[in-house]
Design a protein around this ligand. Structure first.
Ligand SMILES: [Zn+2]
Length: 254
């Protein structure tokens, strides 16, 4: 069946790769952004739009957007499961409603619009990869809420499976957490995408910093590989790949 489709990726590219960075950590500004700019590769950076002083705090990211990177939403409150806590009254997805989530998403998007007004489309990143509210019999997915407000949502998938443009749920696209991952393994995942004409997404947090860190040398190995292979691997932000998939689906009647 896939043979009857036109190729999805630009030029001679046989795979799409999105590098995604969560939580707006300082090492991303200090290490990842200069490395990517030097290689002329663009990524997605997901910011938490927390606090009254968010515009001031997040001002450095305006320059990042100007260099062609996507600044995406990672909510205002970064609410995850309260199973991380030991207090049943602690705020968490289990004691929130879809309306609560929607309020947060709408506010985060409006703050992002103020931060990067020239950016047309922006994707969403699920805090802690979690897409539910409630628990047990009342648990519900908030993917439809994300679908109302964003072109795409980035979740988490399983190794070694990547997204196919014909079948990916753009509002819960799979990604691979890349913390502590050697550069050679990242390159292997890219090549698996090439073999299957797929869209692979890697998720980073700290670069040699804080939680869920990856070594700068491993990220550099991947970035150098993507730079050298730019004629066969299309590296682009999530919103840009999602837009291309939507256009490709329309042209192919999917
Ligand atoms: Zn996060």
């Amino acid at each position: 069946m896939p043979q009857q489709f036109t190729p999805c990726w630009p030029g001679e590219c046989r795979a799409a790769i999105s590098l995604t960075f969560d939580d707006g950590m300082p090492s991303q500004l200090a290490r990842a952004v200069p490395m990517l700019n030097e290689a002329d590769l663009q990524a997605s950076f997901y910011l938490v739009m927390r606090g009254a002083d968010y515009l001031e705090k997040l001002a450095p990211w305006r320059e990042v957007a100007k260099a062609g990177h996507e600044i995406g939403s990672h909510t205002v409150g970064h609410i995850c499961s309260h199973a991380f806590r030991d207090n049943p009254a602690a705020k968490g997805l289990e004691n929130m409603t879809l309306d609560d989530i929607e309020k947060d998403l709408v506010e985060a998007k409006s703050r992002l619009r103020q931060l990067v007004p020239d950016q047309k489309e922006m994707s969403f990143c699920y805090p802690c990869y979690m897409e539910h509210v409630g628990r047990g019999p009342t648990r519900q997915s908030y993917v439809p809420v994300v679908a109302r407000h964003h072109i795409a949502g980035r979740g988490k998938g399983e190794f070694p499976f990547a997204n196919h443009p014909a079948t990916v749920d753009l509002h819960y696209a799979w990604s691979w957490p890349a913390e502590r991952m050697p550069g050679s393994q990242m390159v292997g995942l890219v090549e698996a995408c090439v073999a299957g004409n797929r869209w692979g997404i890697l998720t980073f947090h700290g670069i040699q910093e804080g939680h869920l860190s990856v070594a700068e040398s491993d990220l550099r190995e991947l970035v150098n590989y993507l730079k050298v292979n730019h004629g066969r691997v299309w590296t682009a932000p999530v919103a840009k790949v999602a837009r291309r998939i939507l256009d490709w689906r329309a042209a192919n009647g999917i």
